[in-house]
Design a protein around this ligand. Structure first.
Ligand code: NAD
Length: 433
């Protein structure tokens, strides 16, 4: 049965969820307070760069099953299921800022004209779903609704694929009625035998934080092993490959690099430490992961300083996004690295295929931006690859040589052929080799 759904917040998660649920045959209204975003979405223009999203957007707009609006009250009243997909950014102390989520909860409470399922997609600390339930009940004076926790696991850059092929769907619920509705909404995934984990609200919330903290730990672990490999003359790629052959370990998330970034791992690890502190439970392992990750980003600048005093040096930067195939630069290692370079007196010229507009909001005119990767290395003393965009994997090295003033290449993602680079007379630094 096709359900009437409103998705509140049309960012990286909400937009993908809205188009995905419409593609499953549901009738979906995507709403946001950002009028500009909604105007573009109505025309089929995605406010974010996410491979494949515009195709699904157009297809579902044309089918009439997907609409966008800024009239949040009306959308809630017309829908049976409300997905909350607004941001939960970190506060100064690391805690998740829940003000956007509770603003939305209040709007839902004010528009509870009939039974509704409130599905929390945003990543929220353990216990929040229950608080949302109590809050809506108190504000609306009715309990004719259910709250469901349905955390999102999509990867930016592969979000559309992940929505249609999730490893698992986690649903924390309390009433059979809400379970049946969720089964209906995700029927298409049932048909392809996606595993569903049905659990209570707290367990669903915990699964999300535990998963992200574990992945952040795995990355940090291999980064530290990479640093040790450098010191002892081992090759981290071979180490990671052989480790990954052990079925208990798995080869995924064992790629060394400049430290993890993005809108999830940094904030979710910090929030988990805060949840631990509030519950008097030791989260020292995750705390250390956060510290080690900060050091890993700084280490990339130290690598460069082995070769030069950075003052007045021209450093070409390839990649600003926190990973390839996204325009998202939230907590990108590039931010820490560039800030450190500026602090040390270097001049930065940066390229990214998709993230320049977002980077301008952070760096303004403190750095130069170029629209072609080769312009970033023109006259540069050193070149640094920070994001693993495909187009950086096959640089024309003759051209690089001709353009650069210096000969140092710092490849923080190990994407270049180091043997070839060294043969051409460059000084090559990777991570862990
Ligand atoms: P985002 O910042 O890209 O999008 C949030 C959207 O919500 C914005 O468009 C904003 O305008 C809108 N919004 C804020 N307040 C609103 C309100 N009161 N009414 C309507 N719209 C409102 O955030 P995101 O990256 O999509 O993340 C959303 C949530 O999903 C977060 O909790 C995040 O932790 C979680 N999550 C994100 C990812 C990811 O890869 N980005 C993955 C899994 C989970």
């Amino acid at each position: 049965m096709s359900r009437k759904i409103t998705v509140i917040g049309t960012g990286y998660v909400g937009l993908v969820v809205a188009v995905g649920l419409a593609d499953f045959g549901n009738h979906v209204i995507g709403v946001d307070i950002d009028e500009n975003k909604i105007e573009n979405l109505k025309k089929g223009i995605s406010p974010i760069y996410e491979p494949g999203i515009e195709e699904y957007l157009t297809r579902n707009l044309n089918s009439g099953r997907l609409k966008f609006s800024t009239e949040i009250d009306k959308a809630i009243q017309e829908s049976e299921v409300i997905f909350i997909g607004v941001g939960t950014p970190p506060k100064e102390n690391g805690e998740a800022d829940l003000s956007y989520v509770f603003d939305v909860a209040e709007t839902i409470a004010n528009n509870l004209n009939d039974y509704k399922v409130v599905v929390v997609k945003s990543t929220v600390p353990v216990g929040t779903n229950r608080k949302i339930k109590e809050f809506i009940k108190e504000k609306s004076g009715t309990d004719n609704f259910d709250v469901v926790s349905n955390p999102e696991f999509l990867r930016e850059g592969k979000a559309v694929y992940d929505f249609f092929h999730p490893d698992r769907v986690v649903i924390g619920y309390e009433s059979e009625k809400s379970k049946e509705i969720m089964e209906d909404i995700y029927r298409s995934l049932y048909l392809i035998q996606t595993p569903f984990v049905w659990c209570n609200l707290e367990t669903a919330e915990m699964i999300k934080y535990a998963s992200n903290a574990f992945l952040a730990t795995k990355i940090t672990f291999i980064n530290q092993i990479a640093n040790l490999c450098e010191a002892v003359g081992a090759d981290v790629h071979k180490v990671a490959k052989a480790m990954g052959m052990d079925g208990r370990i798995s080869p995924k998330f064992l790629h060394p690099g400049p430290g993890y970034g993005g809108s999830c791992f940094p904030k979710d690890t910090k929030a988990l430490v805060e949840i631990g502190r509030k519950n008097n439970v030791d989260m020292s392992l995750v705390k250390e992961v956060i510290n080690a990750n900060e050091k890993q980003k700084e280490r990339m600048v130290e690598k460069l300083e082995k070769y030069m005093d950075l003052k007045d040096k021209k450093i070409g930067i390839l990649g600003l996004a926190f990973k390839a195939e996204t325009d998202d630069i939230r907590e990108s290692p590039a931010i820490t690295i560039i800030n450190k370079l500026i602090e040390k007196g270097a001049k930065v010229i940066a390229h990214d295929p998709k993230a320049i507009e977002n980077a301008k909001k952070i760096f303004g005119d403190k750095i130069d931006y170029v629209d072609n990767e080769y312009k970033a290395m023109n006259d540069a003393d050193a070149l640094m690859i920070i994001t693993e965009w495909n187009e950086y994997r096959n640089l024309d090295l003759e051209m690089v040589k001709k353009l650069m003033k210096g000969n140092i290449i710092l490849d923080t993602r190990n994407v270049l052929d180091r043997k070839k680079i060294k043969e051409m007379g460059f000084v090559y630094e990777g991570v862990g080799r």
